[in-house]
Design a protein around this ligand. Structure first.
Ligand SMILES: *Cc1c(COP(=O)(O)O)cnc(C)c1O
Length: 399
């Protein structure tokens, strides 16, 4: 509050605005450390693919336990490079969930493959093993589970199924930093996985960045080469455009050194940030339990393994979702819908010939789910405000 002002009741009663996302306070708290890493980049004199990326890759390898971390410019490119490095051939089918971010399927097309959709489990939102069984064909070579919101897909069942059918498992673990199964980090439960450092992600940069994670030496070497015009090894000079020796047709998808600098600083707070997210999620749980119109709160599904859920997105299912979104927006509360349209009904995949009704669980999730603000900067007062407005909407009581 502005100390010199005499409290004006009108001002005190002004509705609290709750943005869907901000990390301004988190950045401010880490300011000196970020400055140090960024200055280090400036002093180094090598501004693309410098030592900061390598330093971040080593730190992330330590955090995740991955044998190899390959820093790239986005989670989306990480998926494309991973699919290519894992040996996807033109026309190979990759089974992906119908409910996910578009990159889970567009990456398959960009890598030259064909996405094949399957339905999801309606509680955990991961791809459903029984649905995968139904869509397999002789051309199916890969299975790409996506770990959404706060928990891993049903990896025990999916890895069993994949082994049975000879499928290679690649994880879209873009959202899953910090999530583990029996101590194994997301992305390392199959042949490889990815991380996204898009700003809203649990470990978010100040722009775009991503990484490939794998324990497989050959996949790592190929992904490393592909991100840099097909050149094997880190023999990189100041002019990465010069033609030395390209064994593969690659792309320029190197991680930006400034993003690596920011991420190195933020990694020191990741576990604290994850704990704060859990605290906020528990506060939402307590306030929303039993509210009429709220159909489902985030539910961690027991898969018979030790799981470390991480609340990346606090996703609820509600009646009259779109009206609630409008109501909250009118009261200054920003929300998001992850994802309003299932992948099998996206115009860009129309040629796959799907119709409404093909994957009912995915379609229901698109209609009913709503993501509430959740990030370390969020206050418990803001959680109260959001929940009061939700209760008021469904019960007609004043907020
Ligand atoms: C964020 C995300 C991606 C893409 O990551 P970008 O860094 O934004 O390219 C892919 N898949 C899922 C499930 C995601 O949440």
């Amino acid at each position: 509050m502005n100390g010199s002002d005499v409290a004006d009741p009108g001002v005190l009663d002004a509705p609290m605005r709750v943005p869907f996302f901000t990390q301004a306070a988190g950045f401010a708290a880490l300011g000196p450390l970020i400055d140090r890493h960024v200055t280090d980049v400036m002093d180094n004199g090598k501004y693309s693919h410098g030592h900061k990326v390598e330093q971040f890759e080593r730190a992330l390898a330590e955090y995740t336990g991955a044998r190899h971390v390959i820093g790239v410019n986005s989670g989306t490119d990480a998926l494309v490079l991973l699919l290519r490095a894992a040996g996807l051939r033109p026309g190979d089918e990759v089974v992906v969930p119908a409910f996910s971010f578009v990159a889970s399927a567009s990456s398959v097309v960009l890598a030259g493959g064909r996405p094949v959709f399957a339905d999801i489990d309606p509680v955990g939102y991961g791809i459903a093993p029984a649905s995968v069984e139904r869509v397999l064909t002789p051309r199916s070579r890969f299975l790409m589970p996506v770990h959404l919101f706060c928990q891993l897909a049903d990896m025990p069942a999916l890895t069993r199924l994949a082994a049975h059918h000879g499928l290679t498992v690649l994880e879209d673990s873009a959202e899953a930093i910090g999530m583990r199964q029996d101590g194994v980090h997301a992305g390392l439960l199959g042949a490889g996985g990815v991380l996204s450092f898009f700003p809203t992600k649990t470990l978010g940069a100040i722009g775009d960045a991503g990484a490939v994670l794998t324990d497989d030496d050959a996949i790592a070497a190929t992904a490393d080469a592909l991100r840099h015009h097909g050149r094997f090894g880190r023999t990189i000079d100041h002019f990465p455009g010069i033609n030395t020796s390209s064994a593969l047709v690659g792309v320029n998808s190197k991680m930006d050194d400034i993003q690596a600098a920011v991420l190195l600083a933020k990694l020191t707070r990741l576990d604290a940030d994850i704990a704060r997210r859990a605290e906020l999620a528990a506060a939402y749980d307590a306030r929303l339990t039993g509210v009429p119109g709220v159909l489902r709160l985030p539910t961690v599904v027991d898969r018979g393994v030790r799981a470390d859920p991480v609340c990346y997105v606090y996703l609820i299912e509600v009646e009259r979702r779109d009206d609630l979104v409008d109501h909250l927006a009118r009261h200054g509360v920003e929300t998001e819908t992850y994802y309003p349209r299932p992948l099998h009904l996206q115009p860009c995949f129309a040629e796959l010939g799907h119709r409404p009704g093909d994957f009912p669980n995915a379609e229901a999730a698109c209609r009913r789910t709503l993501a509430l603000p959740l990030y370390p900067d969020l206050s418990l007062d803001a959680v109260d405000t959001v929940c009061d407005h939700i209760r008021a909407f469904f019960t007609g009581a004043p907020a």
